[in-house]
Design a protein. Structure first.
Length: 104
């Protein structure tokens, strides 16, 4: 699924938040101000900020790379389960064929 905003845009928004922190009482106030300037949701900036903290190790949680790896492994697991079901069905079919008496 493509992301709505490019990574450069996200990084720029986070830099703007960091630069405007001294002018605001809270971090969220700075995020709201930057979000208004960029025409995006303050919640989007908040999520980007939290994810960047996780990625850099400042906050506990799954990094973006770990999240992508889990998503990839889940897709692979689902594909392997589908293949396994197909193989089970095929083996049952061929086992039934072997049990049938042949007519000559």
């Amino acid at each position: 699924m493509p992301r709505q905003y490019p990574q450069q845009f996200r990084e720029r928004a986070l830099r703007m938040v960091e630069e405007s922190l001294p002018e605001h009482e809270t971090e969220f106030a700075a995020m709201k101000k930057v979000a208004t300037k960029l025409g995006i949701s303050p919640e989007a900036i908040r999520r980007w900020k939290r994810q960047s903290e996780v990625d850099s190790g400042l906050r506990p949680g799954l990094s973006a790379q770990e999240h992508d790896e889990i998503r990839r492994l889940r897709r692979e697991n689902a594909e392997l389960r589908r293949a396994n079901e197909i193989l089970k069905s095929a083996s049952a079919f061929f086992a039934a064929e072997l049990d049938r008496p042949t007519t000559k």
